[in-house]
Design a protein around this ligand. Structure first.
Ligand SMILES: CC(C)(COP(=O)(O)OP(=O)(O)OC[C@H]1O[C@@H](n2cnc3c(N)ncnc32)[C@H](O)[C@@H]1OP(=O)(O)O)[C@@H](O)C(=O)NCCC(=O)NCCS
Length: 192
């Protein structure tokens, strides 16, 4: 399975240990994580890094480093991972083996502040949805955001996901979005 995904401006390649620099910059920035998790320390990021590069199902479930193709700058990360429902953290023990983990798979992304407002998140999210439905057996992909995270809600809608109202995930009620394979195929059917 080809896991290096390109768009006009971006390369998405599987996250690896050499991306620690970018994850440190991303995850220790309160403005980046404020709607995602509690504040994170550099030591926590270093501890998590070996887990964050874990993949399963032939590599199609995991995290990708998002890179500006023109400059090689690492801009952020995007992911397809099991969504936590009753807890606030991804259950990485599910990210193992050859099969897609049971339960719902969420799409997510975090970008450095310097990369915001340029359409990068929408471009990366759209590409990862295409990967999910063209290259993997996923039947649907979900997403949730903090209710205050209007930017991310816009990204999901612009990427073609359907607003399904409030739902339960991350141990709380939050805006939910979903796209089924059928909906994706219909939206991407070429005219004629
Ligand atoms: C949310 C985030 C990914 C958006 O990334 P981005 O690259 O700036 O998004 P885009 O440029 O693709 O913007 C998509 C749309 O959202 C709109 N948007 C961007 N920021 C916005 C904001 N603060 N409020 C309202 N709308 C906003 C844009 O205008 C754009 O719509 P348009 O093309 O019609 O103008 C980015 O701000 C980020 O990484 N935030 C921190 C991490 C995070 O919250 N991740 C999501 C967790 S659910």
């Amino acid at each position: 399975m080809e896991l290096n995904l390109t768009t006009d401006r971006l390369l998405l390649r599987p996250l690896d240990l050499s991306d620690l620099d970018m994850e440190l910059e991303l995850l220790t920035d309160h403005m980046v994580t404020r709607y995602v998790c509690e504040d994170v320390t550099a030591d926590q990021v270093r501890q998590w890094m070996p887990i964050l590069v874990t993949r399963c199902a032939g590599g199609c479930i995991g995290m990708w480093c998002v890179i500006d193709r023109a400059t090689d700058e690492k801009l952020g990360h995007a992911l397809l991972l099991p969504i936590p429902i009753e807890t606030t953290e991804t259950d990485w023990s599910l990210v193992t083996g050859d099969a897609i983990p049971a339960g719902e798979i969420e799409i997510g992304y975090l970008f450095k502040q310097s990369a915001w407002g340029k359409g990068y998140a929408t471009e990366a999210c759209t590409r990862l949805l295409r990967f999910g439905f063209e290259d993997t057996p996923l039947e649907e992909i979900v997403a949730v955001t903090d209710p205050r995270n209007v930017a991310s809600q816009n990204v999901l809608l612009k990427s073609g996901m359907i607003d399904e109202g409030l739902r339960h995930a991350y141990a709380s009620q939050c805006p939910g979005f979903r796209l089924t394979r059928q909906q994706w195929v219909e939206a991407n059917r070429s005219p004629g």
